[in-house]
Design a protein around this ligand. Structure first.
Ligand code: ADP
Ligand code: MG
Length: 351
């Protein structure tokens, strides 16, 4: 994104709260018949015949994002994705979001316009109504809270606690890329700090960086599973890394698991960047975060329905809880899984 430093910036103070909200939300249209009233009154009004699902996330500058390499448009897009992913992870359809922001006066109007461009784009592509939110000031930095609302038939909703012994463990897409995208961006930030004239060539990392800056939630998967006539027994989205998400499914379902290292789907760019950084790609897949892929279990009887699908990879199976949770390495060693999310990985690296 190219920023024109000469363009005049509009101070938020000149607009007032109502002017600001109206300005930022003027393009939002209503797409769903379940939205009776969206932005503009004291509360939104919804009308559902089905079960309603609600999920909230709070993103804080300096904790969850760094604006020095995260363009605001991408941040807006990602804030929506993170929440939609939680709804899809229940095997449900997402239909509405609310967006609340707290913003310090160091941000001009143009910055918030960019943020809302990303939110608008996500809502358009994912067919979501933005039905409200709140806007306030903060002493320092930017906070964004999104609440996503979705719907599902009761018998389709998929919890974390339904996995059974002998069920197959399945993951969508590939994993680890978002974390290594962040490593590449952090390295370039240091290079840029040392020499601002240094123009990085990031072409060979484009997939990894896109996975970090512009993650896509797996809206397609609940539909795909319905088309394949597969009802997962348990499901979760991968925000923290494969290892800790598997452990959530196992603990809540009271089962164990064997995960096979050789089956974990990795993108070729991830493999080569791990070689460059001299990091084990399996460690990244297990402990890197923010892939927003889905992890679920299915009955073995459903295997024929999913085996030919390029979006889905069987990476293991569930066992008795007494057998524990293990990674079976390429060398056929059995290693206990550790609950190490990407934050832990960061701490280990002393960052
Ligand atoms: P109230 O004073 O009742 O909280 P507001 O003036 O904050 O009302 O909000 C007016 C309308 O604009 C409401 O429908 C609210 O949901 C919506 N709104 C406020 N802030 C945002 C935002 N950041 N994004 C989207 N909608 C918002
Ligand atoms: Mg308000």
């Amino acid at each position: 994104m190219i920023e024109d430093k000469n363009q005049p910036k509009t101070s938020l103070g000149n607009l007032g709260e109502f002017g600001l909200i109206e300005h930022l939300t003027k393009n939002f249209d209503i797409k769903h018949s379940t939205t009776v009233k969206g932005i503009g009154d004291d509360a939104a009004v919804l009308d559902f015949n089905k079960k309603v699902l609600i999920s909230t996330d709070l993103l804080v500058e300096g904790i969850h994002f760094d604006l020095s390499y995260m363009p605001l448009k991408h941040l807006g897009y990602k804030a929506i994705m993170v929440n939609l992913s939680d709804i899809y992870a229940m095997n449900a359809t997402a239909s509405q979001v609310t967006v609340s922001i707290a913003v310090s006066n160091r941000f001009p109007l143009e910055a918030l316009e960019e943020l809302y461009e990303g939110i608008y784009l996500a809502a358009k592509i994912y067919n979501i109504d933005v039905i409200g939110g709140d806007t306030t000031s903060s002493n320092k930095g930017l906070l964004i809270s999104v609440t996503a609302i979705g719907e599902a038939e009761e018998d389709k909703i998929c919890y974390r606690n339904g996995a059974k012994v002998n069920d197959l463990l399945v993951v969508t897409g590939d994993i680890g890329a978002a974390y290594m995208g962040l490593q590449v961006l952090e390295r370039e930030k240091q290079v840029f700090k040392a020499n601002p004239n240094n123009q990085p060539d990031l072409d060979q990392y484009n997939y990894l960086i896109e996975r970090q800056l512009k993650p896509e939630a797996r809206k397609d998967i609940p539909k795909l599973l319905a088309d394949l006539e597969v009802q997962p027994t348990s499901m979760i989205d991968i925000s923290d890394g494969l290892s800790s998400e598997i452990m959530h499914l196992c603990k809540q379902s009271e089962v164990g698991c064997n995960l096979f290292e050789e089956k974990i789907p990795l993108d070729p760019q991830l493999i080569s960047v791990c070689e460059e950084f001299n990091i084990d790609s399996t460690t990244i897949a297990l402990s890197g975060g923010e892939d927003y892929e889905l992890l679920f279990t299915i009955s073995q009887d459903d295997y024929p329905k999913i085996k030919a699908n390029p979006n889905l990879t069987v990476i293991g199976h569930m066992t008795n809880a007494s057998e524990g949770m293990h990674l079976i390495t390429r060398g056929n060693e059995k290693v206990e899984l550790k609950a190490q999310g990407w934050n832990a990985l960061k701490n280990n690296e002393g960052e």
